[in-house]
Design a protein around this ligand. Sequence first.
Ligand code: C2E
Ligand code: CA
Ligand code: CA
Length: 409
Amino acid sequence: MTRSARKNIKKGDVLIREGERGDSAYILETGSVEILITRNGALMQIGTRGPGSIIGEMAMIDDKPRTATIRALEDCAVLEISRADFANRVESADPIVKMVMNVIMTRYRDMISRSQFMQSPVHAMSAVETAENSGEMHDLAVNAIKIHNELKTALEKDELVLYFQPIISVQDMKIAGFEALMRWQHPERGLIPPGVFIPVAEESGLITDMSHWGLGVACDAVKTLHAAIDPQLCGKHPPFISVNFSVRDFSDGDFAEQVSAVLRAKGVSPAHIHLEITESLLMEEPEAAKLALEKCRALGTSVSIDDFGTGYSSLSYLHHFPISTLKIDQSFVRSMNSDPSSKVLVKSIIGLAHSMNMKVIAEGIEGADEAAILKKMGCEECQGYWFAKPMPLEDALTFVKNWAPPKVA
Ligand code: C2E
Ligand code: CA
Ligand code: CA
């Protein structure tokens, strides 16, 4: 992960050499290159490429020797895409996209080998030409690769940060814990919200490194928090920090072991870190999630289902999973005041969750009236702008020191 994604190539330098194996393709950002093949012992130019072109894309399929040499005609800047990154993207793609991709790749490889067999530079050229994407598709792909590459660097350069939003035990108005929410402190674009970069990270597979990083930082934060907080201000237990995870975090099989290793390395009790996963994750990977979550519960970490009510699953379906807490999505809380049926729904979700020994957290509390209704309904914990917006750790420490419980009817 230390490799820089952008490379500068001097005029005359060889970026790719015929016959050598390679595991990267490149997008030419600026400058131009020539494509050369060896014929009768001499290099022969079969074409040139300018900004926006994809070069060496065969390396995305396999590690066969390069079929051409690529040499810079002037100083160039290129973006590198490694086969591993590409494989991650294909792996996470929609099954139809994946299938079409495989067919195109196989045909493309066949076409290249046929044209090489015919030994004709013109055929070789036309095969190279087919790899050129055009228009919107190309721009979208380049943009996604750029964000992905920038994100990789962001992780290395410590540009990712965690913000913390308090979760309040609404029955006694004590601080129950905080949810850790990721932001990207971009050097030029400022603070970028997770809605922009988490989906790209999920698509490319980078999310697993980011989640690992987030868990480590959350562990450090919970220790700092415990050292700073007045026990009078919290409930029966010292405050927890909950960390969000994605479906990709579960796909490599040893999720629970990795969580356990981080907690051990940081010296943090599993009781002080809660895991948040969305309802849709359970629907996508039910077996893998069930197994991983059972192991996590055995460690002693709580598991919360995030955005409950948005994923079309039923509470009876969720009962198969070892879930300790249900987080009711903010859309239900928002509509409680205007729509009486929402209120009935929230009340019955709380009742059913309790009958299954699950605790309930309501998300998106923006007013005293919402907090009052939820308190009356027996909801344990609430989170929302009315208490506080997500904030950097330093501000969260000030928040706990100055915590004056608001009056709720
Ligand atoms: P989420 O996990 O449901 O987090 C709650 C979101 O609601 C946060 O948005 C929070 O700032 C916002 N919120 C909290 N209270 C209120 C309120 O009273 N009103 C309104 N309108 N919004 C409120 P944020 O921080 O932009 O995060 C968006 C989503 O990004 C999160 O939704 C979560 O799905 C994802 N995310 C954030 N951090 C991480 C992370 O570290 N890993 C993963 N995998 N996903 C993350
Ligand atoms: Ca969450
Ligand atoms: Ca949520």
